[in-house]
Design a protein around this ligand. Structure first.
Ligand SMILES: Cc1cc2nc3c(=O)[nH]c(=O)nc-3n(C[C@H](O)[C@H](O)[C@H](O)COP(=O)(O)OP(=O)(O)OC[C@H]3O[C@@H](n4cnc5c(N)ncnc54)[C@H](O)[C@@H]3O)c2cc1C
Length: 440
C-alpha cells in the first residue's frame, strides 16, 4: 500500500498555469465580491457573479491547477449544474462518461443502476471551473490564504467588509462589499470567520489513482461496494479512462450528528484506519484486489474530511455568505458533493445579484440566502437517514435483491441517482418490509 511519501507519483504536479494565478502584489485594494476558495462552489459563484457584471476577486490557498482528494464521480446533479454554467461540453470532452453505477451488496449481489455519469480527476475539473470564472471576468489570486474577515460595526452588530489574506509570510487586506466563503470541508476558514458550529467532519475518505490496462473484465460503470468489513462506509472504484482508476474507501462519522458537538471539540475520528479499510476492500472485492495487487500507483493515497447534511455551519452573517461543502452541502450516504457545491455556489451568487438589483439590506440578504439553503434541507435529511445502509450493510443486500426482481425498483434507484426520487425506501422498517414482500 503506498503512502504519501513512498508511492511513486507518475504524474508530476503540474506547474501553475501561466497567466491564471495572479500574485499577492497585484491584489486590488477593494472589490465588490470576494470569493474565497476556487473549488466547484467558489468558481461557480465567481463565474455567475462575473457574468452578471460584478467585480469579483477569487482567491485560493493553492495555485491552479491543484489536486483535490475526491472520488471524481460526476453524478446527474453535477451534469445539470455544469449545463447551467455553460461548461458541460467542455467538461465532458475530457471526462470518462459511463451510463450506470454498479451497486455491490455484502453477499455479492449486484445491480446496475442507469444514470448520466462521468469521472474526471479534480485536478482537471477544478482547473476548467476556475478558468471559466476568470474568462467571465473574475480575477483569480493564488496562492492566497484567507486569514480572517475584516469587520466593521453595523446597525445590528459587526458586518464583514472584506478579508485579511496572506501569502509567503506577507499579509494584505482586501475590502469587499460581500464575501462568499467556499472553503470546503476543512473547517479552519469557517472557524476564523465565526461560522463554524461543529469542527468534526461528517466523515472521512481516502483515495488513490491506480493504472491497470490489462484487466480481464474492466468495469464499465462506477462501482460502489458495501460490506460488513467496510463498517459504516463503503468502497468505490471509479474508472477515469485509459486504464486509470480512482479507488477509495469512505466512512461516516458516527459521533458527529447534526450540530450537537461543540464547535471546537476534537474531531473524534482518530480511531478510523482508512488504509486498513482499503486493504480489506482488496480482500473482499475481487476487482479491488486485482487493482491493489497488480495496478501501478499513479499518486499517493490521500485522505480528506467530508461535511454533509447542511449541518455544522451557519449559512450567512451580514456581509458574508457560505457556499459548498463549508455549508455541509455534500450528500450523506453517497458522499457526492460536486454537484451540490456547484448548486450552492450558484445559489449564493444568485442571491447577491438579486440583492444588488433589489437593493436589499444585509439582514434581508442573510435571510434569503438562509431560506434558499434551508429549502434543500428535507432532501438532505432523507439522505442522512438513509445512511443506515452504511451501518447495516445487510440492507444493501435487501435493496439489491429487491431491485433485481423488479425493473420498477431499478428505475427508482436510477431516480434517486438523478434526484427525481428520494432514497425514502431506505429509511423505515415499513419500507424495508415492503421491499421484502412486494414484487412491483
Ligand atoms: C475522498 C473523497 C471522495 C469524494 N468523492 C466524490 C465523488 O466521487 N463525487 C462527488 O460529487 N463528490 C465527492 N466528494 C465530495 C467532494 O469532493 C466535495 O463535495 C466538493 O469538493 C466540495 O466542493 P467545494 O467547492 O465546496 O469545496 P472544495 O472542493 O474543497 O474547494 C475548497 C477550496 O477552498 C480552498 N481553501 C480552503 N481553505 C482556504 C483558505 N483559508 N484560504 C483560501 N482558500 C482556501 C481550498 O484550497 C479549495 O480549493 C468526495 C470527497 C472526498 C473527501
Amino acid at each position: 500500500m503506498p503512502t504519501e511519501s513512498s508511492a511513486p507519483v507518475a504524474r508530476p504536479p503540474a506547474a501553475a498555469e501561466p497567466g491564471l494565478n495572479r500574485p499577492l502584489a497585484e491584489l486590488p485594494a477593494a472589490c465588490e465580491v470576494l470569493v474565497v476558495g476556487a473549488g466547484p462552489a467558489g468558481s461557480a459563484a465567481a463565474r455567475v457573479l462575473a457574468q452578471a457584471g460584478l467585480d469579483v476577486v477569487l482567491v485560493d490557498q493553492h495555485a491552479f491547477p491543484r489536486d483535490k482528494v475526491c472520488g471524481d464521480g460526476l453524478i446527474p446533479d453535477a451534469h445539470r449544474a455544469l449545463e447551467r454554467l455553460g461548461l458541460l461540453d467542455e467538461v465532458m470532452a475530457q471526462a470518462h462518461a459511463v451510463d450506470h453505477m454498479t451497486a455491490v451488496a455484502p453477499r455479492g449481489g449486484r445491480v446496475d443502476v442507469p444514470g448520466r455519469l462521468a469521472v474526471l480527476p479534480r485536478r482537471i475539473l477544478d482547473l476548467i471551473l476556475c478558468r471559466a470564472a476568470v474568462e467571465a471576468g473574475a480575477r483569480l489570486h493564488a496562492p492566497l490564504r484567507f486569514v480572517a474577515p475584516l469587520e466593521e460595526a453595523g446597525p445590528h452588530g459587526p458586518v464583514v467588509v472584506g478579508a485579511r489574506l496572506s501569502a509567503g509570510g506577507q499579509e494584505r487586506s482586501l475590502r469587499a462589499r460581500h464575501v462568499v466563503l467556499a472553503t470546503g470541508a476543512v473547517p479552519q476558514a469557517l472557524r476564523a470567520a465565526g461560522m463554524c458550529l461543529r469542527r468534526a467532519p461528517s466523515g472521512v475518505a481516502l483515495r488513490g489513482y491506480l493504472r491497470h490496462r490489462t484487466l480481464a473484465a474492466p468495469p464499465s460503470g462506477l462501482v460502489v461496494v458495501w460490506h460488513r468489513r467496510l463498517p459504516n462506509g463503503y468502497g468505490w472504484i471509479f474508472p477515469c479512462g485509459d486504464g486509470l482508476y480512482n479507488i477509495g474507501v469512505g466512512v461516516e462519522h458516527r459521533h458527529a450528528r447534526r450540530d450537537d458537538a461543540a464547535a471546537d471539540a476534537p474531531d473524534g475520528m482518530g480511531d478510523v484506519n482508512l488504509r486498513a479499510m482499503l486493504e480489506d476492500f482488496g480482500r473482499i472485492h475481487p476487482l479491488a484486489g486485482t487493482l491493489l495487487r497488480d495496478g501501478a500507483w499513479e499518486s499517493p493515497l490521500k485522505g480528506a474530511p467530508l461535511r454533509c447534511s447542511l449541518s455544522g455551519a451557519r449559512y450567512a452573517r451580514p456581509g458574508l455568505l457560505v457556499a459548498g461543502e463549508a455549508l455541509g452541502s455534500t450528500y450523506a450516504l453517497t458522499g457526492e458533493g460536486i454537484g451540490k457545491a456547484l448548486e450552492t455556489g450558484v445559489l449564493a451568487a444568485d442571491r447577491l445579484i438579486e440583492a444588488r438589483r433589489a437593493g436589499w439590506d444585509e439582514a434581508t440578504l442573510v435571510a434569503r440566502h438562509a431560506e434558499a439553503i434551508a429549502a434543500l434541507q428535507p432532501r438532505h435529511d432523507v439522505y442522512e437517514r438513509a445512511c443506515i445502509v452504511n451501518r447495516r450493510p445487510w440492507l444493501a443486500d435487501l435493496v439489491v435483491w429487491s431491485a433485481r426482481r423488479s425493473p420498477r425498483r431499478i428505475r427508482r434507484l436510477s431516480g434517486i441517482l438523478d434526484e427525481t426520487d428520494l432514497p425514502s425506501e431506505l429509511v423505515s422498517w415499513r419500507s424495508w418490509l415492503r421491499l421484502l414482500v412486494r414484487r412491483d
